[in-house]
Design a protein around this ligand. Structure first.
Ligand code: PMP
Length: 446
C-alpha cells in the first residue's frame, strides 16, 4: 500500500457548515443525539451505497460508522431493500399487540433458534427501552430492588443507567456518584435515579464477589456488555463471565447480557454463543433490523412470561411494527445464508483493516493496538497487547485518539466517536484500501 503525506486534498465542507448554522436556529446542538459537538466537522449527507456515503459538498466517504452499529449489511443490500419495499406496499404500520402479523412469530422463532438464552422474545423499538424492560422483568422476578452495572458500559440514555462514576471505596452500597467530569453526566435526572443500582469496575471478579457477599440478597440483576464494546472493545478476562454466571446462580440473581451491539454482529447467537456463557436475559437491537429501529428482550420463559395482565407491563405503540419486523426477518435471513457467508466477508475485511492499520502505525513508529470482536473494533494508541478495563483505556494516548478520529473525515473515512470502526459486509477490498489510505494520511497530520 502506498504511503501518503500531507493534508486534505481539495476536501471542503462549506455547504455542510452553512447547514450547521441553519440547523442551529431550530435544533439544539444542530443535531439529534447527545449534546452535539462529537464531530469537529459538521457534515450533512445526501445518499449512501454499499460502504460509501456522500455529503452535500460532494465528498465521498468510506462508511465505518454504519449507523452506529445497525448497518451490518451496509447500505442498499438488494434483498434487504426489496423486502422493505414489499412490506411498504403491503402494510407497514399496524398497532402493537392488538393487530399483529405472522411475521412476529417467525422472527421470534428465529431468535429462539439462534440465541442460546432465548426461550421467549418481546419486541420493542430501541435498545434503551429493551434495557428498561429487562430491569423491570428482573426486579419483578426476584422481588429485589438493586441491579449491578459496570463502569464505561453503555445501556442507553434512561436515568438509572446513564453514566455515573464508580465509588472506589464506598462506605456502604457501591452506588454511582454524579460527577460533572463524567462524559455521560446529565442535569435533569430524577433525584433518586442512582439509588438502586451499583456501579462496579468490570472484569474484576474480586470486587464483584465482595459486593455480592454483602449485598447479593438485595440484587435483582447483573447487566453488562459481555464484550465491552462501548469501552474500547475489551474482551472479558478468561473465566470472568463463567464466574459471574456461577455467582448469579449462587445468589439467585438474573444475569442479563446487553447484546444491543454484539447480538447479530458478533454472530447469529451473539456474544453469548461465541463465548459459551448463557445469561438469563439478553437485550438486542441495532444489527437485528439491519438499519431500521427494532429491539428485543430475549430470555428465559419464566422471566419473560411475567409480561401479562396484572404482572409486568411492557408497552409501546410501535412494538413489532411490520416494517421493522420485516427488516429484521430480511436481515436474519441474509445473515443465515450460505452458512454465514456475510460473517466470513466481515472477517476478511476486518482482518485486512487490522493488518493494514498495524502496518501503518508500525511504519510511523506509533504504538497501536487493534481490538474488538467480529464486526466492530478500536484502533487504540497504546503499547499494551490487550486492554481489559476502563482504567486501562484511560491510559491510552487519548489526545491522539480524539484527533485521529476527528480528522479522518477530512481524509475520506467516517468513524464512530473515539475511533470505533463498525465493519459492514458491503466493504470491498478497494473500500478497505481507501480507508487505510485515509488512516495513513491522517496519522501523517498528527
Ligand atoms: N446498549 C448498548 C450496549 C448500546 O451500545 C446502546 C446504544 N449505543 C444501547 C444499549 C441503547 O440503544 P438505543 O440507542 O437504541 O436506545
Amino acid at each position: 500500500m502506498a504511503s501518503f503525506e500531507g493534508g486534505p486534498r481539495g476536501w471542503s465542507n462549506t455547504k455542510s457548515q452553512a447547514l450547521q448554522e441553519r440547523a442551529a436556529e431550530v435544533m439544539p446542538g444542530s443535531q439529534t443525539n447527545f449534546r452535539g459537538g462529537l464531530l469537529n466537522t459538521p457534515l450533512f449527507f445526501t445518499h449512501a451505497r454499499g460502504a460509501r456515503l456522500w455529503d452535500v459538498d460532494g465528498n465521498e466517504y468510506i462508511d465505518l460508522i454504519n449507523a452506529g452499529g445497525p448497518g451490518i449489511l451496509g447500505h442498499s443490500h438488494p434483498e434487504y431493500i426489496e423486502a422493505l419495499k414489499r412490506q411498504l406496499d403491503t402494510m407497514y404500520s399496524l398497532g402493537s399487540g392488538i393487530c399483529q402479523t405472522e411475521m412476529d412469530i417467525e422472527l421470534s422463532e428465529k431468535i429462539v433458534r439462534h440465541v442460546p438464552c432465548a426461550e421467549r422474545v418481546r419486541f420493542c423499538v430501541t435498545g434503551s427501552e429493551a434495557v428498561h424492560l429487562a430491569i423491570r422483568l428482573a426486579r419483578a422476578h426476584t422481588k429485589r430492588p438493586y441491579f449491578i452495572r459496570f463502569q464505561s458500559h453503555y445501556h442507553g440514555w434512561f436515568d438509572s443507567v446513564l453514566g455515573g462514576v464508580a465509588d472506589a471505596s464506598p462506605a456502604d452500597r457501591p452506588l454511582p456518584l454524579e460527577s460533572e467530569r463524567d462524559f455521560f453526566h446529565t442535569e435533569g435526572r430524577a433525584p433518586d435515579a442512582f439509588k438502586y443500582s451499583f456501579l462496579l469496575p468490570w472484569n474484576d471478579i474480586d470486587v464483584l464477589e465482595a459486593t455480592l457477599e454483602k449485598y447479593g440478597h438485595e440484587v435483582a440483576m447483573i447487566h453488562m456488555e459481555p464484550i465491552l464494546v462501548n469501552g474500547g472493545g475489551c474482551p472479558p478476562r478468561p473465566g470472568y463471565l463463567e464466574r459471574v454466571r456461577e455467582l448469579c446462580d449462587e445468589h439467585g440473581i438474573v444475569l442479563s447480557f446487553d447484546e444491543v451491539i454484539t447480538g447479530f454482529r458478533v454472530g447469529l447467537g451473539g456474544a453469548q454463543a461465541a463465548l459459551g456463557v448463557t445469561p438469563d436475559l439478553a437485550t438486542l437491537g441495532k444489527a437485528l433490523a439491519g438499519g431500521l429501529p427494532m429491539a428485543a428482550v430475549a430470555g428465559k420463559k419464566e422471566i419473560l412470561d411475567q409480561l401479562r395482565v396484572g404482572k409486568v407491563a411492557g408497552a409501546g405503540t410501535f412494538n413489532g411494527y411490520p416494517l421493522g419486523v420485516a427488516a429484521s426477518l430480511a436481515t436474519l435471513k441474509i445473515l443465515e445464508k450460505d452458512d454465514g457467508a456475510v460473517y466470513r466477508r466481515i472477517d476478511l475485511m476486518q482482518a485486512r483493516l487490522k493488518e493494514g492499520l498495524l502496518e501503518i502505525c508500525e511504519r510511523r513508529g506509533i504504538p497501536a493496538l487493534v481490538q474488538g470482536p467480529r464486526g466492530v473494533f478500536f484502533l487504540l494508541f497504546t503499547d499494551k497487547p490487550v486492554i481489559y478495563s476502563f482504567k486501562e483505556l484511560m491510559q491510552v494516548d487519548l489526545p491522539r485518539q480524539l484527533k485521529f478520529y476527528s480528522l479522518m473525515p477530512e481524509e475520506g473515512t467516517i468513524l464512530m466517536y473515539g475511533g470505533r470502526w463498525y465493519v459492514s459486509a458491503a466493504l470491498t477490498e478497494a473500500d478497505v484500501d481507501r480507508a487505510l489510505e485515509s488512516a495513513d494520511r491522517t496519522l501523517a497530520r498528527l
